[in-house]
Design a protein. Structure first.
Length: 256
């Protein structure tokens, strides 16, 4: 994302062309002067001053967009099982039908590239949603490692002391023999950050998992919602704009 801005630290209004990380690419010295009240230090704002008035607004020259999707449903999802990176289930018939329906209703501009978790449920979903795009597999978009809870549901774990301890912690304890929340967030955010910084497209899609999206959004999205506050339905689009590339900062464009 590039911005046109002004430098308010001097009496002369200078137009600046800045990238998403605030680095100045070009400085233009217009032929007009405008007296600005003194400031204690130079401040650069991503706004454009209208000539002849002081009506300020932000001008977005370029915005990278990411269309996130959680995979469609599997049999294990209907049984409310912990399906992590060690359970490679395909979509169930209901999941295939729902993804097919969703593909017909995508109202956003279609992405130019699609990045996908290596898990089968994500690859099958991406094939339905974006049949004409070559899938680019990123291994670190995979779901969390649920350790000894993998493949089980809460009924099967109801007498497990490790599961009760995890529940009592509010989901903050590491999964026994699996990943910790911190490890999962770090891995997921690093994967999306790498994609954003290395891809050569303005519009991309990422097809991954509910947990992966919760991890990235809770750490990098500007609403600052906590991990469990993010509700990620199957195969529903979440459109985000990249506000900053490094460190990664996203802005979810919530639909009305």
């Amino acid at each position: 994302m590039l911005y046109i801005g002004i430098d308010l630290g001097t009496s002369a209004v200078k137009l600046l062309l800045m990238d998403v990380d605030g680095k100045i690419k070009k400085i233009a010295h217009p032929p007009y002067q405008s007296k600005i009240s003194e400031t204690s230090e130079s401040s650069i704002y991503p706004i454009l001053i209208g000539i002849g008035c002081f009506s300020f607004y932000k001008k977005e020259v370029f915005t990278m967009q990411i269309l996130f999707f959680r995979h469609s449903m599997t049999a294990g999802n209907f049984e409310r099982r912990y399906l992590g990176c060690k359970t490679d289930e395909p979509l169930c018939p209901e999941g295939i039908a729902f993804a097919t329906q969703q593909a017909k209703q995508i109202s956003f501009p279609l992405p130019e590239q699609v990045f996908v978790s290596p898990m089968r449920r994500c690859r099958e979903t991406a094939s339905i949603l974006f049949p004409n795009l070559k899938q680019q597999i990123h291994p670190d978009l995979r779901e969390c490692d649920f350790g000894m809870f993998e493949g089980k549901n809460y009924r099967e774990l109801s007498n497990c002391p490790e599961y009760q301890a995890w529940i009592d912690s509010g989901g903050t304890l590491p999964f026994p023999d699996g990943e910790s929340r911190e490890q999962f967030l770090t891995r997921s955010c690093a994967a999306v950050s790498e994609i954003v910084q290395t891809c050569n497209s303005d519009r991309i899609a990422i097809v991954a998992h509910g947990g992966t999206m919760m991890a990235v959004f809770s750490a990098c999205e500007m609403h600052h919602k906590s991990y469990f506050d993010w509700k990620i339905p199957h195969c529903e689009p979440f459109l985000c704009e990249v506000f900053r590339k490094n460190p990664l900062q996203l802005q979810w464009k919530e639909r009305n």
